[in-house]
Design a protein around this ligand. Structure first.
Ligand code: FES
Length: 74
């Protein structure tokens, strides 16, 4: 499974079996896949992204600096 951070956008989990559960272990209904989780804090559908990151001008921290074949941790 790959968890992908979109540039200035959500965290996307593209896995047919992924579930999103709350702190009690109760699953949220997933209406579409891949699952996009809000990381800007502006979504009205938390924990899911509703596209509000564009409206609020969310700027994500820098991209990963690991390079394939490099000496760092993958
Ligand atoms: S990341 Fe999309 S609404 Fe927050």
């Amino acid at each position: 499974m790959i968890i992908r951070l979109r540039k200035n956008g959500p965290i996307v989990v593209d896995d047919a079996d992924v579930q999103v559960v709350d702190w009690n272990g109760v699953p949220y209904a997933i209406e579409r896949r891949p699952v996009a989780l809000c990381r800007c804090g502006a979504s009205s559908r938390k924990p899911f992204c509703d596209g509000s990151h564009s409206r609020v001008g969310f700027q994500a921290p820098s991209a990963a600096d690991w390079e394939p074949g490099g000496s760092g941790q993958p």
